[in-house]
Design a protein around this ligand. Structure first.
Ligand code: PLP
Length: 370
């Protein structure tokens, strides 16, 4: 017989997942109930209401997709795009690149707005492309986890709507860490992830579709090529009310964990939560700069929850990360793309955004970089 798998205890300070509150973990260990049990339907209705509050939207079609955030990304794009449609994707890191790939797999005509990694996408980057193409949608990543950059959404939303396009947002790393205002910023479709600043286990993707996006889905001439991700088929199960009918067997335990995580987010209060992320980011920044480390991103576009810093000259990036994990039990992330081997990604997301985490990491880095 194999022994049971015992995961080591870690402080999760990478690009996600983040540390989940013990109450969230306990929720997953509760006895299983059926996914159409009236009590579970109640819990799903509460998840919907709490997601509407956290995403700041009144959209009826707001739900947690039973799949990781990449599926949330795919769900938004496969429902809104048909072969031959034009789509503009803003790319300033890994995840804009992933959206571009999905757009092409939908058979849509892709126009990329490529911006150097480490910079936000600004209106001057998008505007010239919208003079050339009249796309069905413009897609952008709010918080680029590969670079730690926040792209201000409002001006891009204005440009997209002025061009008659839908505005689609990746808010995987931003939700519950910095402000996300789906309705005020006129976001037509948005997806997030459970494992970042929401601090639930990975594997669920909060998604919201607004009225204009639903209208575009209704006007499709062709079937969505994915059965599982077709939002019109899923709506009867996820949209709420007493009329939830079988679509697939929901991951009951994961949804109850998300329920508890959302409850904790709203009990803390969104503004207080954003302020906590900002405050502990400042302390981390002071400490890292005290150790001689420099940030890659300009201060006004830095994400408090994802800190990209250059690895000092002569330091082995991977060796330090490994030592942090093995000796100190701390996970941080390495750089991606052009930052691979040259930068670290330090996450302060949700349950991992505490003074204790910050000071523990700084003390370990102090020893390792001495
Ligand atoms: N988008 C962003 C900005 C992300 O950071 C991630 C994951 O790190 C994803 C999408 C994909 O999420 P998942 O790994 O849950 O599929």
């Amino acid at each position: 017989m194999r022994p049971p798998f015992e995961p080591p205890l870690r402080a999760l300070m990478g690009p996600g997942p983040s540390d989940a509150h013990p109450a969230v973990l306990r929720a997953m260990a509760a006895p299983l109930i059926g996914h159409l049990d009236p009590r579970f339907i109640d819990a799903m209705n509460e998840v919907k209401a709490m997601l509407q509050a956290v995403l700041r939207t009144k959209n009826e079609l707001t739900f947690a997709l039973s799949a990781p955030a990449s599926a949330g990304m795919e769900m938004c794009l496969v429902n809104l795009l048909e072969p031959g449609d034009d789509a503009v994707v803003c790319v300033n890191g890994v995840f804009g690149g992933r959206m571009s790939d999905i757009v092409e797999r939908c058979g849509a005509r892709l126009s990329r707005v490529d911006v150097p990694w480490g910079r936000p996408v600004l209106p001057d980057d998008l505007a010239p492309v919208l003079e050339r193409v009249r796309p069905k949608l413009v897609a952008v990543v709010h918080a680029e986890t590969s670079t730690g950059v926040r792209t201000p959404l409002e001006p891009l939303s204005e440009l997209a709507h002025a061009a008659g396009a839908l505005f689609v947002v990746d808010a995987v790393t931003s939700v519950a860490g910095i402000d996300v205002r789906s309705d005020d910023w006129r976001i037509d479709a948005l997806y997030s992830g459970s494992q970042k600043c929401l601090s639930a286990p990975p594997g669920l993707s909060p998604v919201t579709f607004g009225p204009a996006a639903m209208e575009a889905v209704r006007r499709r001439a062709t079937k969505v090529q994915s059965w599982f991700l077709d939002v019109t088929l899923l709506a009867g199960y996820v949209a709420g009310g007493a009329g939830r009918v079988y679509h697939h067997t929901a991951p009951v335990a994961a949804l109850l964990a998300l329920h508890e995580a959302l409850r904790l987010v709203l009990a803390e209060g969104l503004e207080a939560r954003f302020e906590r992320h900002r405050r502990h980011h400042e302390r981390l920044r002071e400490g890292l700069e005290g150790l001689g480390l420099r940030y890659v991103v300009e201060p006004q576009y830095r994400l408090p929850q994802l800190n990209l810093v250059w690895v000092p000259e002569g330091v082995n990036e991977a060796a330090v990360r490994r030592e942090l994990l093995d000796t100190y039990g701390i996970e941080i992330g390495g750089g991606l793309g052009e930052f691979a081997g040259r930068a670290w990604r330090i996450g302060l997301m949700g349950g991992s955004c505490t003074l204790g985490h910050v000071d523990r990491l700084l003390a370990a880095l102090h020893r390792l970089l001495r």
